[in-house]
Design a protein around this ligand. Structure first.
Ligand code: SF4
Length: 320
């Protein structure tokens, strides 16, 4: 695992056990620039698919982990952007499924499901977790700040078309921002869209992690519970409120990761836990900091730790 660079974890997840994360993209490569994104804001959006990394490179890294005996219960495509922007996604999933019976999961912002080729790629997975935060176009633009080519209506049509060809499980994720997409008209429109998409589950989340825009506010547990009741039996709350307020101020995740690993070498999972951020976001930040030469990764007993480049130099050249 020493040279792995497109994988992170395995990180524990409530439902899937230990999930090995696969990140196919350069830091914050996305078709959207969501108000609540933990990767920071202001990035240029794109809808152009591009082979950012060769499929065989990623497969070699996965093979290594699968052979190492590390506990892995699922493989999840997520990370520092929108995974469907990689045109090799379908091939990768199929190749993984030839190698292992582990479930493969794709987290997507749903934007490219408008394209039949992307729907076919994603359909190779066992579980798809697409997101849909807003149905009304004005709110969609405000909360997801999408590429100009995207519309909420197009995305919903893509999700409906995807459901028709897909036999696996769809867990639709909705992230609610107070005062933005939680108004009665938004929720009524959302409920109608959900009835058309027919997901297996609807997972409700809110801004419990440090957002790109500090003005993005969470719904409280009671409000979230009301939304759950309104959306019906498939809806469940996945927000973990104990994390709220753990990080003060705005989302300078790179600075906070750096501060953290300055103290001691740490895994993505531990950093994420301590910062109240997702492992996906922290994994992306670590890869970016590594690329910039600020930190480096070391492997200890089969686990990948990150440490500052200065610490590494000190260890290699101890003072005489
Ligand atoms: S939250 Fe996800 S979809 Fe939104 S900008 Fe960040 S990476 Fe893209």
């Amino acid at each position: 695992m020493a040279k792995q660079s497109h994988l992170y974890g395995p990180v524990p997840s409530r439902r899937l056990g230990y999930s090995l994360g696969v990140d196919l993209l350069p830091f914050k490569t996305c078709s959207m620039d969501c108000l609540y994104c933990q990767l920071g804001d202001g990035a240029k959006t794109t809808v152009r698919r591009k082979s950012f990394v060769p499929v065989k490179t990623v497969l070699a890294e996965i093979d290594k982990v699968l052979r190492s005996g590390t506990q892995v219960d699922a493989i999840t495509f997520s990370g520092s952007g929108e995974p469907t922007l990689h045109p090799g996604l379908g091939r990768l999933i199929r190749e993984i499924k030839r190698r292992t019976s582990l479930p493969v999961i794709v987290l997507t912002n749903s934007s490219l499901l408008t394209r039949p080729s992307v729907r076919k790629d994603v359909a190779a997975a066992d579980i798809v977790v697409p997101s849909l935060d807003a149905v009304r176009e004005r709110v969609f633009k405000k909360i997801n700040r999408p590429h100009p080519a995207l519309s909420a209506a197009g995305i919903i049509a893509g999700l409906v078309a995807f459901r028709k060809i897909y036999r696996g499980r769809i867990w639709l994720e909705v992230l609610l921002v107070k005062g933005l997409n939680d108004r009665p008209a938004d929720l009524r429109a959302l409920k109608k869209a959900i009835a058309r998409i027919r997901p297996d589950r609807v997972q409700l989340n809110t801004v419990v992690r440090p957002p790109a825009d500090s003005s993005a506010r969470p719904l409280g547990p009671k409000d979230l519970e009301k939304v759950r009741g309104f959306l019906g039996e498939k809806a469940e709350i996945i927000a973990k409120f104990k994390k709220i307020g753990r990080i003060s101020g705005t989302a300078d995740i790179p600075g906070r990761v750096l501060d953290f690993v300055r103290r001691r070498p740490e895994t993505v999972e531990r950093i994420a836990e301590a910062l109240g951020a997702t492992p996906e976001a922290v994994g992306g930040v670590c890869r970016q900091l590594k690329k910039e030469g600020m930190i480096r990764s070391v492997v200890h007993r089969g686990r990948v730790f990150f440490e500052t480049a200065t610490d590494a130099a000190k260890r290699e050249n101890p003072p005489s």
